[in-house]
Design a protein around this ligand. Structure first.
Ligand code: 2AM
Length: 181
């Protein structure tokens, strides 16, 4: 099954992000807009994992969460991957690097590599994807927009199952662990 570790967001934060997405959608039009209940911060994408390996990942998730202290994150800026002038992904992220988020990603990365998963090449950049575009969009007029999103309390880790469907991905949490610290 297709799996990833993530941080889920509180209702209040998802609602504020949905408002941002609505405004962007007015300016950008068609694309694949993520539904607000699916908004999350990916910590580690795993891809297809054989069922018999899920138990090890549950252990790793539990241990990593226990070793992590709760922290907060202010999602404050819009951005575009791979670049704002020709973006395939519209995201919201913090204004500056989050040492705590990086630490969480690093601990999880080491633990999944110890299980034999290949290293993640992409840098751990906290972001919430709002939309994906088949044809790249110019987001330069949007990336300076001031956002007012309530501070997100990051206090648990989730192992999420993703099922890809034509109408959008369906996410099902397999387990959720509160941070210890
Ligand atoms: P994205 O939001 O930047 O697209 C579930 O697919 C989550 O895992 C998404 O948030 C996605 O990030 C992330 N992810 C990371 N690497 C991925 C990959 N190679 N394929 C699909 N999703 C990936």
């Amino acid at each position: 099954m297709r799996l990833f570790f993530c941080v889920e967001l509180e209702e209040e934060v998802r609602q504020a992000l949905a408002e941002v997405a609505k405004r962007c959608r007015g300016a950008l039009g068609n694309g694949s807009w993520v539904s607000p209940e699916n908004y999350h911060l990916t910590v580690r994408f795993l891809g297809e994992v054989p069922e018999e390996r899920v138990k090890e990942l549950l252990d790793v998730g539990e241990e990593t969460a226990r070793a992590t202290a709760p922290f907060s994150l202010v999602l404050a800026v819009l951005g575009g991957f791979p670049q704002p002038k020709a973006a395939r992904v519209l995201w919201v992220g913090p204004r500056k690097e989050s040492v705590e988020f990086q630490g969480l990603c690093r601990r999880l990365e080491m633990a999944v590599q110890a299980l034999g998963f290949p290293p993640e090449k992409k840098e751990a950049l906290p972001h919430v994807t709002l939309a994906r575009f088949k044809t790249p969009k110019d987001l330069r007029s949007l990336v300076h927009t001031e956002l007012a999103i309530p501070e997100a309390q990051v206090k648990s880790l989730t192992l999420m199952r993703s099922e890809l469907r034509p109408e959008g991905a369906k996410y099902t949490p397999l387990a959720r662990w509160e941070f210890g610290g």
